[in-house]
Design a protein around this ligand. Structure first.
Ligand SMILES: Cc1cc2nc3c(=O)[nH]c(=O)nc-3n(C[C@H](O)[C@H](O)[C@H](O)COP(=O)(O)OP(=O)(O)OC[C@H]3O[C@@H](n4cnc5c(N)ncnc54)[C@H](O)[C@@H]3O)c2cc1C
Length: 366
């Protein structure tokens, strides 16, 4: 069987790894001259945001998806800040991962475990590949190909601005800021690579370049004392998130972000990218239907998260304060120890709330 994978990111390499495990060779086509995101950055894999209820997200990756991956740090202290409250949640919160060219990044780890050839500097035409290969897996991390196939429905776009900074950090501690002055109804985050370096970033939904620049300036002015100096800066405009109407079209399968497997509430998508890649490989190699079942579950989860996002879009600092206050007095620490999937619970509750704001409305700093 001839199999092509377009995109050597999380979903594409996870797919290649599983195909190899099941005895199939594949060819991977990558647009860049190396694997990994454009810049080194820290991302999170928090248990409460996991789509699949589990005790330990990395154990699940290893045992159920056979992905021999390691996190960057184990997070045992989560500090939530709003305009007038701060809460510390202790316990097994989850993990951070690194992304980008550095050796510890998830993509570099996956690449070291894959034998299939990765052809760099390639931007192949998916329709042409589909005539030459038995299967084509689209794992490009973007909506370009689902748009081309007429499958994409855009819901929201996130604007990202941040920097990697030097200072003194606790690698097991993660800080989130829910403050409309810093990131509208999105969030700011300080996530350490290690004791001496951290990623500091803002994620703002449906905004504009100018508005995000103003947020970033304010965040640096007010919180810049938490680091010594900026090493390198990054920004990403208009990171589109949406739904993909159909993920299997003939012999073409869409996975990862290209398959709409990223949620719109807080843009988490690493676990679902890995999972969709592995399950697509099982569909190809075994004719297994787990991919289709996962996609159906995901669509349900995504709708709940989108509803929640529209609800949060109307929040002011009063609601942010309430959210952070609710997790105080040890409540947050008890909740993260429970086996319940918190996002699922909140999402289900939110399914009954009315939509309060036009999702396309721009939000800027006051
Ligand atoms: C700033 C930021 C912060 C994030 N934070 C988190 C977080 O904290 N937690 C979390 O879970 N998720 C987070 N996410 C989302 C997460 O990074 C993605 O969901 C995940 O990387 C998607 O994996 P993927 O394999 O679909 O795409 P990617 O990992 O982006 O891989 C796509 C690959 O395809 C290649 N490619 C693109 N086009 C082509 C083409 N035409 N031909 C060949 N190759 C191509 C790219 O170069 C890349 O190597 C964040 C995203 C961003 C942007």
């Amino acid at each position: 069987m001839r199999i092509a994978i377009v995109g050597a990111g999380l979903a594409g390499l996870a797919c290649a790894h599983e195909l190899e495990r099941l005895g199939h060779e594949c060819e991977v086509f990558e647009k860049r001259d190396r694997v990994g995101k454009m810049f080194n950055t820290v991302e999170t894999m928090l248990e409460s945001l996991s789509t699949e209820p589990s005790k330990d997200v990395f154990e699940t990756l290893r045992q159920e998806l056979h992905l021999p991956l390691n996190p960057a740090n184990h997070i045992t202290r989560l500090v939530l800040h709003s305009q007038s409250r701060d809460t510390l949640i202790r316990g097994h919160v989850g993990y951070t991962t690194t992304r980008g060219p550095e050796a510890r990044s998830l993509e570099q780890q996956l690449l070291r475990h894959c034998r299939s050839p990765v052809r760099f500097d390639q931007n192949p035409d998916v329709e042409e590949l589909a005539t030459a290969y038995d299967w084509v897996v689209v794992a490009t991390g973007s909506p370009r190909w689902p748009k081309h196939f007429g499958l994409w429905q855009r819901d929201i776009a996130w604007y990202i601005r941040g920097a990697n900074v030097i200072g003194d950090f606790n690698p097991g501690e993660l800080h989130f800021y829910f403050n409309t002055r810093y990131a509208g109804t999105g969030y700011a985050m300080i996530a350490p690579f290690d004791e001496r370096m951290a990623s500091v970033g803002l994620g703002v939904p449906d905004s504009s370049e100018e508005a995000v620049e103003a947020y970033w300036t304010r965040f640096r002015q007010e919180q810049g004392h938490l680091w010594e100096r900026i090493e390198d800066e990054f920004k990403l405009e208009c990171y589109e998130i949406g739904r993909v109407k159909q993920r299997v079209v003939g012999n073409v399968i869409f996975v990862g972000n290209a398959g709409g497997f990223i949620e719109p509430l807080g843009i988490t998508g690493q676990q679902s990218a890995l999972q969709s890649g592995v399950l697509a490989a099982r569909k190809i190699a075994l004719g297994d239907e787990a991919f289709d079942r996962f996609a159906a579950r995901w669509d349900h989860f995504y709708s709940d998260m989108m509803r929640l996002r529209l609800y949060v879009n109307a929040w002011t600092d009063r609601e942010m304060d309430r959210l952070v206050g609710l997790t105080g007095h040890g409540v947050g620490s008890v909740l993260i120890r429970s086996p319940l999937n918190l996002l699922d619970l909140v999402g289900t509750a939110m399914a009954h709330l009315p939509v309060t704001q036009d999702p396309s409305a721009e939000v800027g700093p006051s």
